[in-house]
Design a protein around this ligand. Structure first.
Ligand SMILES: Nc1nc2c(ncn2[C@@H]2O[C@H](COP(=O)(O)OP(=O)(O)OP(=O)(O)O)[C@@H](O)[C@H]2O)c(=O)[nH]1
Ligand SMILES: [Mg+2]
Length: 325
């Protein structure tokens, strides 16, 4: 091995050796390739990395095709993809059909849902994709489910208030951890090499006896750690509030672009990440725009109405931008 490889390369290689699935391996190899200095001494290593990446990509593509056939690969639609996961009978399917136009079987008996079922949830002027999943007790689909959870923008963990929600939540988090998925939350250490995702907790069945007591216990324990909402999918309680909670947990913002001298179309937002700047938005419109942008005028909460904003200006939900190139 050439001696002068940077420490980040060694780090990435360690990640590669520790990786347990193809996605993680690919990620590490791509990082190794990007970090590695390119000169005569690294030619062979370069070619070898490319070969390994090509082979793993082929494997990943084959696996995605298999997952698609088994109903475990759903193309992302709308502003974001949110997976509903949890134990059997907590009401994942009931929630999907209450909040979207989708059809999914709901039943008193356990293990009703067998594959992924998507639906579109309308929140204000955006569409967010929700996906109903089979219960996490199903051991034989854990790998397939785990892979689809990794592709999602947010994982909504559903518990029910008819039995101890803290126990349900803890055991769901445990199953997620076994699938090597951990969540970004305050005060939580992430195991190195794990995939991190954002989570939201939904406590369903707030209409049952003692729901209030269980909700208070759950909220006391997890408020401030994860976004958390209580609903009744059956009675329709809290669904509007839940849409809000989902939207904010996704950390996305809506910005509207406008052509100088014309009116803005407020029905068709561009979806950006929280923290994105004027120049990020310019790039989303066209890849050359970041370079070409002279200045932008922004209307919205962050600046005065119609004021020139710097390229680094951080956008907020609802901002209107006019690009001058
Ligand atoms: N009381 C009450 N019952 C509910 C509520 N939501 C769902 N249920 C009932 O709980 C049972 C299970 O609901 P499902 O939506 O099938 O649960 P699931 O989580 O999709 O279950 P699996 O597909 O087996 O994982 C059904 O009898 C529903 O009618 C609710 O808000 N309140
Ligand atoms: Mg179901």
């Amino acid at each position: 091995m050439p001696a002068n490889l940077p420490p980040q390369y060694v780090e990435a290689e360690k990640r590669y050796r520790m990786a347990r699935d193809t996605e993680e391996k690919l990620d590490a190899l791509q990082q190794m390739l990007a970090i590695m200095p390119h000169h005569k001494g690294t030619d062979k290593l370069h070619a070898d990395l490319r070969k390994r990446i090509a082979k793993l990509s082929q494997e990943a593509e084959k696996r995605n095709a298999t997952a698609r056939r088994a109903g475990f690969y759903i193309e992302k639609e709308g502003a974001a993809q949110v997976m509903l996961v949890g134990h059997t009978n907590v009401g994942k399917s009931k929630l999907l059909i209450s909040i979207t136009e989708a059809v999914s079987a709901v039943a008193q008996y356990p293990f009703t849902t067998k594959t992924l079922i998507p639906g579109m949830m309308k929140f204000d002027n955006v569409q967010i994709q929700l996906i109903d999943t089979p219960p996490i007790e199903h051991k034989n689909i854990r790998t397939l489910l785990g892979n689809s959870l990794r592709r999602a923008d947010l994982i909504a963990i559903i518990v029910e208030l008819g039995s101890d929600p803290i126990l349900q939540l803890e055991s769901t988090l445990k199953v997620m951890k076994e699938t090597r998925i951990e969540f970004i939350s305050s005060g939580q250490e992430i195991t190195p090499g794990s995939f991190t995702s954002k989570a939201l907790i939904i406590a369903n069945k707030d209409d049952v006896n003692n729901a209030m007591i269980e909700w208070k216990k759950l909220k006391n324990r997890y408020d401030g750690i994860f976004p958390i909402a209580s609903i009744s999918a059956k009675e329709g309680h809290g669904l509007e509030e839940l849409k809000n909670t989902i939207f904010y947990a996704l950390d996305i913002i809506r910005v509207y672009t406008k052509i100088p001298g014309s009116k803005v179309d407020l029905s068709d937002p561009m979806i950006m990440k929280r923290g994105d700047t004027v120049e990020d938005a310019a790039e989303s419109v066209h890849k050359d725009f970041r370079q070409k942008l002279k200045y932008a005028v922004v209307w919205g909460s962050g600046v005065f109405e119609g004021q020139r904003a710097s390229k680094r200006h951080v956008l907020r939900d609802g901002d209107i931008i006019e690009f001058h190139i």
